[in-house]
Design a protein around this ligand. Structure first.
Ligand SMILES: Cc1cc2nc3c(=O)[nH]c(=O)nc-3n(C[C@H](O)[C@H](O)[C@H](O)COP(=O)(O)O)c2cc1C
Length: 345
């Protein structure tokens, strides 16, 4: 029988199927269901940088430490110049403000860890490296096995050069790695001027893995109400292909493991991502659509396929179809459909 175990973030996981961060991993009941489903690890629902900074702001104002209201004037300009006692503030939030978001998140991490025997990966959504990163250490102290940072900078500011947008990712990683000793994974989007080179550079920063890709909010317009909304909260199974391309292109070139997320709804897709070079996959939308049993179906499907193909371990086939291993590497770089278009009349 095939051995599905993998090494990931310094841990041995029993299989490559991880439950990704979402509302379904935002409660203890959800975390327990995730473990019961057979998944090898669970990424908790994220806490947002804004939530952390907001409560820090309130604390500092309430305790009179933000004497000139500098927090309210904008984090960017002031935080580096101020000598706030962040340790004290974060300890306060943990020990005396259990009803606030930060205290609740730390208690959630603690309880999640006690409730399941699979690794628990906490998660922070962030877009800047301002002083929220002290909170990462609190998450480690709460018992998280690892931390996933979900960083999504939409390069929409016309006054900012690409390099400035990209630097944010490096600043965040550097700041967080100084705070924690648990492994840190980095979940990114794909809006980079040089995605391949940035991903390779990020992989060398000391992170434990790169998770490709977070799925952005897909804006839409309601032509009746003239409002902006989004119909596409959950991914479609066809969305995996974009991720597959980049996993295949980066596999063998990056200095850390790659994780595929977005559009993994079936065992077949999971296998494709592993063949392209992913170490593991993170699943969310398929669970919303089909419930937790889809996880055991994906795991069983991988095992069945490995047995049928005679693969004894994931490493026997992982990356076998990455760009460096296939006979026509140009296939993964193809972006135009000249031949296909010309066949359609
Ligand atoms: C309802 C919902 C809530 C989500 N919440 C988070 C979150 O808190 N943090 C995060 O990093 N990603 C979050 N995500 C993104 C997922 O973790 C995942 O990256 C994305 O849905 C793509 O994977 P999928 O195709 O399997 O859904 C959320 C997704 C959904 C659908």
């Amino acid at each position: 029988m095939a051995d599905l175990s993998i090494q990931y973030l310094g841990m041995k996981l029993k299989n490559p199927v991880i439950i990704g961060s979402s509302g379904m991993t935002g409660t203890i009941a959800g975390v327990k269901h995730a473990a019961e489903s057979g998944a090898s690890a669970v990424v908790l629902k994220s806490i947002f940088e804004e939530q952390i900074l907001h409560e820090m702001d309130n604390y500092l104002t309430d305790t009179g430490k933000d004497t000139d209201n500098s927090f309210q004037k904008g984090y960017q300009s002031v935080l580096s110049e101020r000598e706030y006692d962040y340790e004290e503030a974060y300890s306060y939030l943990k020990d005396h403000a259990k009803n606030l978001t930060l205290g609740k998140y730390l208690s959630f991490v603690e309880e999640a860890k006690k409730s399941v025997d699979i690794p628990v990966i906490a998660s922070i959504n962030c877009t800047t490296a301002y002083d929220w990163h002290y909170f990462a250490r609190k998450i480690e102290e709460a018992g998280a096995d690892a931390l996933e940072l979900n960083v999504y900078v939409l390069p929409s500011n016309t006054m900012k050069k690409s390099a400035e947008n990209e630097k944010v990712y490096f600043d965040i990683v550097e700041a967080v790695l100084k705070q924690v000793s648990i492994p840190v994974s980095l979940k990114i989007g794909y809006y980079f001027s040089g995605l391949a080179t940035t991903a390779i550079d990020l992989s060398k920063t000391g992170i434990g893995s790169l998770v490709l890709f977070n799925r952005p909010f897909h804006p839409d317009i309601d032509i009746n109400t003239l409002e902006v909304n989004s119909k596409y909260l959950l991914s479609d199974p066809s969305e995996y292909s974009h991720v597959l391309r980049w996993i295949a292109l980066l596999s063998g070139r990056v200095a850390c493991p790659l994780v595929a997320t977005t559009g993994v709804h079936t065992a077949e897709t999971a296998i494709k991502q592993l063949l392209a070079g992913a170490t593991s996959v993170e699943v969310v939308s398929a669970m919303y659509k089909h419930g937790y049993p889809v996880i055991s179906e994906i795991i069983a499907g991988i095992e069945h396929w490995m047995d049928a193909k005679g693969y004894g371990s994931i490493e026997d086939f992982r990356g076998k179809m990455n760009q460096q291993s296939i006979s026509n590497p140009a296939e993964f770089e193809r972006v135009q459909f000249m031949r296909l278009y010309s066949e359609i009349v």
